[in-house]
Write a protein that binds this ligand. Structure first.
Ligand code: NIG
Ligand code: FE
Length: 425
């Protein structure tokens, strides 16, 4: 896609998220946004080439000489930051789950709905029957919505096909949609989301299918970078998760898991596989936090799911942060537990219900999301040499990003150097 030479000037607050230290942000460093006031960013060939104050940028000799070839965007004092990295989404589904929504309002919980034929299993039929083109259009549409809300990198899971053919079709749809979108998509195989109905009572055989057929086929076709498992009662046990992780390792795929959403699972046996991220983390044994803090595994919170499921309890973010665990925030966009593509909404919930500060929420939604996808070398901060991914928000103070909840303040994004939004026309 076309990426013009871009100069963003007159940025009121540029949140660079740069850091001298290596590794994901932990503890106090999560609050350091590396702010430059009255800043400018120059992007060339899809990369950031320089970052500094507007007055210095305008004095630059190369810039002066080439001014006519450069598209300049006056940000009018707005806040600019690296686009959000949404490191946990399930975009390949066909229908919203409105019956589940109503049942929950009438008092049923997540597991009761699943047992009554709703839940994840009720999204399978739609995906199995849909054409790859129809699924591609669904994914493409939500990627556009995400970018309109400031997200420039998205992890996208399969997981509603749950047969070899439909999981491959789902990942192919993600790949096709990603090719039409200027942002960056990281595909994940979630063949182990739940045991599909035809394998009822034969979960070991389904795990065999995931390990012996899905993982090798996906690796061979290079359709995913990660393998994810919903490790939970009613889904897959810790032993089954470990087996699937072994299969992923054998085929050169990295791993991540849904963990501790409904019940507690000990982390040690899974940390052996170096998961890039463990997500949800509502129920975690306190004794596991020091080990988690020593590891490179990120704990990714998805408070949109707690909100939408109407839960009183949210993950104890303060305890994780104070223990030195690297934490990230993501939407968990999916039809059952978190139908939102808004990272600012997830951040707002993290602030109001998990007591994360606005600065911590921003770092968790950008640079630590990039660490959770093992993309921190090129995403998550505004630094020379990194990909030109930026979000321009119609606010003058970064704290307003999670403050205006349920509203979209994104004025523009730049994705791999490609600009879009109403400051660009
Ligand atoms: O992250 N927990 C498992 N997967 C999703 C829910 C998917 C669904 O309900 O469709 C989640 O919350
Ligand atoms: Fe999820």
């Amino acid at each position: 896609m076309d990426s013009p030479t871009l100069l963003l000037t007159n940025i009121g607050q540029l949140l660079t998220l740069r850091s001298a230290a290596d590794g994901a942000r932990r503890g106090a460093s999560l609050s350091d946004l590396g702010i430059i006031q009255d800043a400018a960013v120059l992007c060339l060939g899809g990369k950031i080439v320089s970052v500094g104050e507007t007055k210095d940028a305008l004095r630059d000799l190369w810039l002066k000489k080439n001014r006519k070839k450069i598209s300049e965007i006056d940000c009018g004092g707005r806040v600019v930051f690296p686009g959000f990295v949404d490191s946990h989404t399930h975009p390949v589904f066909t229908h919203p789950r409105l019956v589940d929504f109503e049942k929950r309002i009438s008092g049923a919980n997540y597991e009761e709905i699943a047992e009554a034929g709703g839940g994840i299993r009720s999204s399978i039929d739609g995906v199995r029957k849909a054409s790859k083109t129809a699924l591609t259009q669904k994914v493409r549409a939500v990627l556009t919505d995400m970018a309109r809300h400031g997200t420039t990198t998205v992890e996208a899971k399969s997981g509603y096909g749950l047969s070899l053919e439909s999981e491959l079709k789902s990942l192919e749809a993600i790949r096709a949609a990603a090719r039409e979108w200027p942002g960056t998509v990281v595909p994940t195989l979630l063949g182990a989301h739940v045991v599909p109905p035809e394998y009822r009572g034969r979960s070991q055989e389904y795990v065999d299918l995931v390990c012996n057929e899905m993982v090798p086929a996906v690796a061979q076709r290079k359709l995913a970078q990660f393998v994810d498992v919903f490790s939970e009662r009613g889904a897959f046990s810790a032993d089954e998760t470990a087996r699937i992780f072994q299969a992923a390792e054998k085929h050169g795929l990295a791993v991540r898991a849904h963990l501790g959403q409904l019940s507690e699972t000990r982390l040690d046996p899974l940390l052996r596989y170096h998961p890039a991220s463990l997500d949800h983390m509502d129920h975690v044994n306190d004794a596991d936090l020091p080990t988690l803090a020593q590891s490179d595994t990120v704990a990714t919170f998805v408070p949109g799911a707690n909100y939408f499921l109407g839960l009183a309890r949210y993950p104890n973010a303060r305890q994780f942060i104070d223990s030195g665990v690297a934490v990230a925030l993501a939407t968990d966009y999916n039809p059952g537990s978190s139908p939102t593509f808004s990272m600012p909404m997830a951040m707002s919930l993290a602030c109001t219900h998990m007591k994360m500060s606005p600065a911590e929420a921003i770092a968790a939604a950008t640079i630590n999301g990039a660490w959770a996808l093992r993309l921190a070398g090129c995403k998550g901060s505004v630094e020379a040499g990194k990909d030109a991914d930026l979000a321009v928000f119609n606010v003058s103070d970064y704290r307003e990003i999670p403050y205006w909840f349920g509203a979209n303040r994104c004025a523009m994004t730049v994705m791999n150097g490609v600009p879009s939004g109403h400051l660009w026309s």
